[in-house]
Design a protein around this ligand. Structure first.
Ligand SMILES: Nc1nc2c(ncn2[C@@H]2O[C@H](COP(=O)(O)OP(=O)(O)OP(=O)(O)O)[C@@H](O)[C@H]2O)c(=O)[nH]1
Ligand SMILES: [Mg+2]
Length: 199
């Protein structure tokens, strides 16, 4: 996909405050520091459109980016960030659950998984909520540049095995790197397909 324009439309604390209209949306979520903001920058070929940080917990609200005046990418705050209070965790959970469940134009949520790790309980638990919520998701492995191809293949297989325990149909798993841009074409092809189907 050719990115003609990518504009930051704002940060929102509740689903009610999010931009009006019916343009399709794609959300990005995953553990804190997994590389959500970096991936969005990579996909949009922008260096600093989305703020990236070495410290986890950088993204704290719902962030909308309008692309080609036709659809939105939504950067969501990460889960599993240890250094937050119980109250903050609760607020986060409600913000995310409300957004994911209530946002009608949300066509798909990409759950990001660090390619370096074997399946983690926190990620599996988060993914299994999509079943309860009955909303579509797919998976993107991040930071593929940090680990060998064999390791990624083995982690992908392990992930598929663990998902099979709860899911009959497995979602696609994309492999990406914000450094090398691997995965960009596949992810956009998928985004384009979903927009055609969603119409
Ligand atoms: N080598 C490498 N580093 C990456 C990649 N993606 C992200 N990083 C690094 O990982 C750190 C976290 O990246 P972010 O994009 O801020 O992660 P995030 O998931 O948005 O984090 P929160 O907003 O805090 O939840 C930064 O230091 C990035 O430079 C990647 O594909 N390869
Ligand atoms: Mg972020």
């Amino acid at each position: 996909m050719i990115i003609k324009s990518a504009i930051f439309k704002g940060s929102f604390k509740t689903v009610e405050q999010c931009p009006p209209g019916k343009l399709p949306e794609f959300a990005f979520i995953g553990r804190s520091n997994v590389g959500k903001s970096s991936l969005i920058n990579m996909l949009l070929s922008k260096k600093d459109l989305v703020k990236v940080s070495g410290r986890p917990g950088k993204t704290q609200s719902i962030n909308h980016f309008l692309i080609n005046d036709g659809f939105y990418f939504v950067d969501l705050p990460g889960y599993g960030f240890a250094a937050v209070s119980k109250k903050e965790k609760h607020t986060w959970k409600k913000m995310i659950a409300d957004f994911l469940q209530q946002r009608e134009q949300l066509l798909n949520t990409f759950v990001l998984i660090d390619a370096r790790h074997e399946p983690l309980k926190i990620d599996l638990d988060f993914i299994n909520q999509f079943g309860e919520w009955q909303i579509p998701f797919s998976i993107i492995f991040t930071k593929a540049d940090k680990v060998g191809k064999d390791v990624i293949a083995s982690h992908k297989k392990m992930f598929e095995e663990r998902l099979s325990e709860s899911w009959e149909n497995l979602p696609p798993i994309f492999i990406s790197s914000a450094e090398t841009q691997i995965g960009r074409d596949e992810i956009f092809k998928y985004v384009e397909e979903m927009m055609v189907e969603g119409k």
